[in-house]
Design a protein around this ligand. Structure first.
Ligand SMILES: *Cc1c(COP(=O)(O)O)cnc(C)c1O
Length: 442
């Protein structure tokens, strides 16, 4: 009681420091809407930030709601959307393939309960993801059976565990591939219990080399597509069709997930061609050239795929309902963004680029259109450059664009920031324009 009396005698508090209560602030309709969207903990943290600013006299009490709103994150998760203006179509650091609107819609539709493993007609258990599997089988008629796991590496791991645990895998010395971030495919094979038998040399491997190495301990012959480097000059390899003649299982890791040949990428192997040539099994990623969700595709002979599906490890590698939904929508739905970006006609890209540069130049920015090269990136068609064009800007804009909302990522080349719109959906050109103007303070 004495304390209260003491406080009463203190001079009236500076009105700037009258801190609105947490309850009062959380009751503001805009902040309670944000609680529903982002969660109460996140909003309370933003409110605390605003209250601190009032306490320190940096803002007045009436500005507390505005400050709390400004302190809120834009999204419920820390991952932020990025406009990819790098000209790298499959950018692993940007999550590889962007999904089509129909794949996104399919994912949203199964967010609640869904019949992923239930036949609603009979009320009985049903094969998991059967419609996605059917879509994949229809897309590759040369495959007797298909299976889907978590990613390309998982597909290969499951193939090794099923066909070559404790056995040898024959692999050409030219196909000892590091896929990225320090991960090496031979080490992956070894970690699954296979011994690797090196065949041939870095630049030349012949059918005889495989035949000489084959024996009772051979689990299978592995072909790995060198998806992130090229070897040129005095080279020779053996294709899946020739290897099939050795009467051993042939597993082809094509990496990219091309299901059929693409004339734009003549050197990129595809699943249909490999299976028709005699491969026992093809493994691939779902989020590279196929343009779908992260997934590992397994396609091939029915008995082998069935053994993989029933292997205990398969349960540890299985995909969720979102992957199944997005994969099916990618396979059955409209052209995925990756395909559209790769096949975008240059005149169309030039028109959009000229328009963007024109707007920016009229607002006083040093913006011009320059020719450049885009690449497939992310483990696909390493030798292929796509003629492209970009808006060239002062490189000082790179950092504010990268850290802005939405983030725009370009490429700095010789002191200029290049924005290649190839991988930006054309509906988002206006967003990029607004972001550049903001970054430049216009
Ligand atoms: C990308 C790639 C992989 C790994 O696939 P993830 O889906 O990233 O696990 C394996 N092999 C090849 C040839 C690849 O290109």
């Amino acid at each position: 009681m004495a304390r209260v009396a003491d406080e009463r005698r203190e001079p009236p508090a500076d009105p700037r420091r009258r801190v609105p209560s947490t309850t009062l602030l959380l009751g503001d309709p805009r902040l309670s809407e944000a609680s529903a969207r982002l969660g109460r903990t996140v909003v309370k943290a933003a409110v605390a930030t605003a209250q601190q600013a009032v306490r320190e006299g940096r803002i007045g009490p009436d500005d507390a709601v505005g400050a709390a709103l400004a302190a809120l994150p834009a999204h419920a998760a820390g991952l932020r959307p990025v406009h990819n203006a790098t000209g790298v179509v499959l950018h692993t650091n940007l999550g590889r393939a962007p999904l089509s609107p129909s794949a996104l819609e399919a994912m949203a539709a199964v967010g609640g309960y869904t019949d992923v493993e239930l036949d609603l007609a009979t009320g009985r258990r049903a094969p998991r993801g059967r419609s996605a599997m059917a879509a994949l089988r229809e897309a590759v008629p040369a495959a007797e059976a298909v299976h889907v796991v978590n990613n390309g590496a998982a597909a290969l791991a499951l193939a090794v565990a099923t066909l070559a645990a404790g056995c040898e895998v024959l692999l050409s010395r030219g196909e000892f591939v590091e896929i990225g971030d320090g991960f090496r495919i031979p080490e992956l094979l070894a970690s699954c219990g296979a011994r690797i038998r090196e065949v041939g040399t870095t630049n030349r491997t012949r059918l005889d080399d495989y035949a000489d190495a084959a024996g009772p301990d051979t689990g299978f012959i592995l072909k790995i597509h060198p998806s992130n480097f090229t070897v040129s000059g005095f080279t020779q390899g053996v294709d899946a069709g020739e290897l099939a003649a050795l009467d051993l299982p042939v597993v082809v890791d094509i990496g990219s997930g091309l299901l059929r040949p693409d004339p734009l990428l003549p050197d990129e192997p595809d699943a249909s061609t490999m299976l028709r040539a005699g491969a026992t099994l093809v493994t691939a990623s779902g989020d590279k050239l196929l343009g779908g969700p992260q997934a590992g595709l397994v396609l091939g002979r029915a008995d082998v795929v069935e053994r993989m599906r029933r292997h205990p490890l398969a349960r540890a590698l299985r995909v969720d309902k979102f992957t199944l939904a997005a994969l099916e929508a990618t396979l059955r739905g409209p052209e995925p963004p990756v395909h559209a970006a790769l096949h975008l006609p240059l005149p169309q890209l030039r028109t959009r680029t000229l328009r963007l540069a024109g707007y920016l130049a009229r607002r006083g920015l040093d913006a011009r259109v320059v020719p450049c090269e885009a690449v497939v990136g992310g483990g696909g068609a390493p030798g292929t450059a796509l003629p492209s064009c970009a808006v060239s800007l002062p490189d000082g804009l790179a950092a504010p664009l990268r850290t802005g909302e939405p983030a725009v990522l370009g490429r700095v080349v010789r002191g200029r920031l290049l924005l290649d719109l190839r991988c930006v959906p054309d509906a988002c050109d206006g967003d990029v324009l607004a972001a550049v103007l903001r970054a430049a303070g216009r």
